[in-house]
Each structure stands twice: as structure tokens, then as C-alpha cells.
Design a protein around this ligand. Sequence first.
Ligand code: ATP
Ligand code: MG
Length: 594
Amino acid sequence: MTAPPKEDPKPHNFLRAIIERDLQASGQAQRLWGGGPGDAAHHAAGAPDPAKIRTRFPPEPNGYLHVGHAKSICLNFGFAEDYDGICHLRFDDTNPEKEEQEFVDGIIEMVRWLGFEWDVGGTSHLYFASNYFDFMYRAAEALISAGLAYVDEQSAEQMRANRGDFTTPGTDSPFRTRSVADNLARFREMRDGRHADGAMVLRAKIDMASPNINLRDPAIYRIKHAHHHNTGDRWCIYPMYAYAHPIEDALERITHSFCTLEFEDQRPWYDWLLERLVDLGLLSHPLPKQYEFGRLNLTSVMTSKRKLKAMVDEGIVQGWDDPRMPTLVGMRRRGYTPESIRKMAADTGASKTNIWIDYSVLDIALRDDLEGKAARAMAVLDPLPLKLTNWAEVFGSEGHREPCHAPAHPQRPELGERRFELGPRLWIERDDFAETPPKGYFRLFPGNKVRLKYGVIVECTGCEKDANGRVSAVLAKVLPDTKSGTPGADAVKVKGTITWVAAHDAVAAEVRLFERLFATDQPEAEGRDFRDNLNPGSKTVVQGWLEPSLADVPADTRLQFERHGYFVADRHDHGGAQRVFNRITTLKDGQRKG
Ligand code: ATP
Ligand code: MG
């Protein structure tokens, strides 16, 4: 096992180099575009493509998008933006599944959330592979007629056995030599529902001895009596992914088809198929080209739909949008900004191998973004009462409230001011008091003076304890004429400043403190089960008190709780009996203590 890189890896963007090379070559200039996806004749009747390049993001609508998908979205849409091109959002829905519409809607929502658009000049480039089923069927018949495909009736086990392996060539199927007429008749029977699932498949006739197993007569169509979210019950045969995908790219005139490394061995099949369909007059040059890049792996993050689903099903997390999940719905709820995800994707470039990116790359992008955007607020997350015992003496009455104000953002005066009041009863952080202070501790301890941030200076006089000897309140005296912003503010020098909220107007809140889901950087390294590497402290729920300005901030508002980190008003629990905030991330080390 190699350790994940600790420093930012240099973005080695070989994909950009490929695009730039192609833009300089003449081939792409002659590309005609028929105004929408279509076959050779359709595009031949079109005009030169106004898009310099065409890319696509091709999700299968069978689940929720995760941060790995975000990498692919940012690459494909980003290249289109950078090179005066167009990126298509294409659903690779060639596999009939239940409830796909829900996933289609969810994926559309999250690509938009990331900030990308497929409506260009009034034309929507949102496509569905299932809308190409007629063409795919026509292409299959053309291949059969040209002697390039056959219906194989071997059982699945026979087919597997006859495929051979890396050291053994495959064995020809006994059905490989049947006549074109026989193949066409059989294929139409498949289409017409005359055979059961699995009874036979249509295969390309290439080379059973090819060193590339993907070229050993790959399957093209299989029988599946299943309802499809878009085409309903119209079809009972469905194209295989590796057959459908190149055709989708070609119909849409994609110039650069970027995919992850596991598809590298499929590329010869991709090219073989498209070249044959050009020969048969169904498609035309220039054809799309497939290029592979390394998957994004983030340390201590698992990106596999199947395993994320297991975490949901086993109750390890509370749903797909649990704020600890690396799904985009989870990250949105956690408070990640789309800009920070896009920045992470840009900073990590594109690589020719599957590399591990340290999670801090995302965290740094997130903090950089939030630092300038998030309004500040005070919050007490481990509350301990502070009683100001000489309040009435200094301010005339116990009921007096002393108005205080603070900038919403220290560098952005245009965001205005927060207003709140100081009173005789406050909440402070439990660790801002120490009966016997450790060395270098400048906060509250008997005899020490601190500033209540944006308020007055107080001097600690002692504490109260409960029956168990635990500190139950801190006692202090106000030093008169020391309020922030008044002429006497600097008359007394103090080394510590602490945050607080007043008991009389504080807003109660449930605050969820999240840590990484996994205890180790690579939860599945060396064949380990991710379940054995869960971080038991990934979620802590505390009852806190917030400054009154937070009583009715809208859901999804991101804030910095001073000295604590960045928090977001939870979008689901918004409007409940109590406000709920999620910690997005902590502050940088060193920014934490007052
Ligand atoms: P999973 O393995 O989680 O099921 P998938 O690859 O099967 O993901 P698709 O919907 O087929 O999911 O993927 C859509 C696109 O996103 C594909 O082009 C795929 O290569 C890309 N993609 C998926 N995961 C990553 C990743 N970790 N890094 C970069 N691209 C990814
Ligand atoms: Mg997939």
C-alpha cells in the first residue's frame, strides 16, 4: 500500500493538452452538427458545429451522485466552458430500473447546484440514451446484415467458459456461423418478445482469440422483459452499456469522451464499433474519441454507490443525505459550497493513474471560500453559566441591558452589523474557565480579567459547584467603563477574550458536530472491510446557545461561529421546534482559541 500524497499533487492536465492539440488540428473544424443528436444523414444536412468541442457527463440514473461524480462533472463542463464548447448532460439509461425518474431529478438538481448549465442559447443539451434505442436497434440489424453480428444461444455458463481468459484464447460459439437471414429472424424474435430473459444474446463477430477479452465477440443486446422509465414496455431487449455508450457519443457528435480508467480496455471495442457503423453509412467522421483519466479518491472517503447504499441500508448513516455522506446531497446539507467542490476538482487536475487525494485539499478549498462569505456569530456549544455579580451596582438595576454590536464580517462592512445585549446572566464555554489554570491559560480563573468579546471586561471572583463537585456557574465582576468601542475600553489590559451569549435572549439550538466517517485514510486498504474502520466519533450532538440574530436565519445559511468553525442551518430540520445547525468544518488550527 502506498501512502496517500500529503502535499497538493501538481495538476498534470494531459486532457487539456489533448483538447488543445485537437483544436489545432483541422479535423474538428469540418464537423457538422444537425442541431441535435442524430445519424450520419442528419448531421450531413446540418451546419458547421458552433461548439468547438463537445463533452458529456453521462450518469446512470441508478443512485445519488457522489464527490467522485463531481470530479467528472467539473472536468466535462469545465472543459466545455474553457474551450468554447458545449457539455451535454446525458442519462445513460439503457438499463431498465425501478424509480429511475427520482434519480434523474436528483442528478439534474445536483449538477445545477454545482453551477453548470446545459441550456445553451435556448437549446437544451439534456439527452437520454433511451431516446436512441431505435437507432441502436437499426445499427444492430445493419451489423447482422453485414455479417458482423450473430445471435448466440449458448447458455451464460457456456459463454463464460468459451470466452477463455488472459492466457487462453476463446472458443468460437457453435452459433457463430449461422446465416444472416437466420440471425435477422432470431434477433427479431428477441425483439418481439418470443424468448425468455437470458435465452440468447446478440454478439458482435470480431475475434474469439483476441488478446483483448473485450474484443472476443462482445454482447450487443440482451433480452430483458422489464419496464423502462422512459420507453415503458416498448422494448424487451436492451443494448449493453459498452455497445450503447459509443453510439450515444457519436449521435451527439461528442468530440472528447472522457471516462475513468476502468474503461481503457473497452476502447478498442468502442473504436471498432463506430468505424463499422461509419462503413455501413449510419455514422460519419469525425468520430468521438475516448480518453481515460484516474478516478478521484479522497482519503477517508468511500465513493462507490454500492457501498454507500450499504451504509444507508445498514443504518450506519441516516440516509443518502446524511451530512457525513460524500454524496452531493449529503455535502450540500453539510454546508459545502459548490465553489469549494469546483475548486477542489480544478486543483486536483487530471491524472493517468488512480491517485489518492488528501481530504485536506477539499477542506482548504472549503475554508478559503467560507472565510470570505460566512457572516460571524457567537455560539456557546458547551454551556456554563457566568454570573456578573455587581451588575446592578454598575448599571443601576438587575434588569438593565447593555447594547452591543459587532460587524457581520470583519472584512466586509457592507454586510452590516449584528446587535445583541449584555445582561447579568450569560452563557460561556465550559473550557473558558479553569479553577486552577494550566500554564499559559489566559481565560477565566479566579483573579484574572478577560474581555467578553464586543462587551466589557470582567474579573473572575470564583465559581459555584453542584453536589458532585462539578462547576455549575462562574462568578465575575464587571469593570466599569471598559466596554468595547468606548473611550475607556483600553484602560485595562487583558490577555484573553472569550465569546458568550446572554441568557435572556439566547436561542437554543441543537448543534451537530461531524468528523470523518472513517478512522483511517484508506478505509478499505489491504482488503479490509470499511465497517471495521468506522470512526465512532463521527457525529456528536450538543445543545448549545446562539446569539439572537440566528433565531430565524433561513435554511442553508452558512455562518462562522466565532472560535468554533463554520456551521450551516440544517435544511431538513429547519422550522422545527428548535434550530439545528451542522458543523461544516472547524477553523484552521491556531484560529480556534481566543
Ligand atoms: P459508482 O462506481 O459509484 O457506481 P459509476 O461510475 O458507476 O459510479 P456512473 O453514473 O456510471 O457511476 O458515472 C457517471 C460518470 O462519473 C462516469 O463517467 C464515471 O466514470 C464518473 N465517475 C464516477 N466515479 C468517479 C470518480 N471517483 N472519479 C471520477 N469520475 C468518476
Ligand atoms: Mg458505472
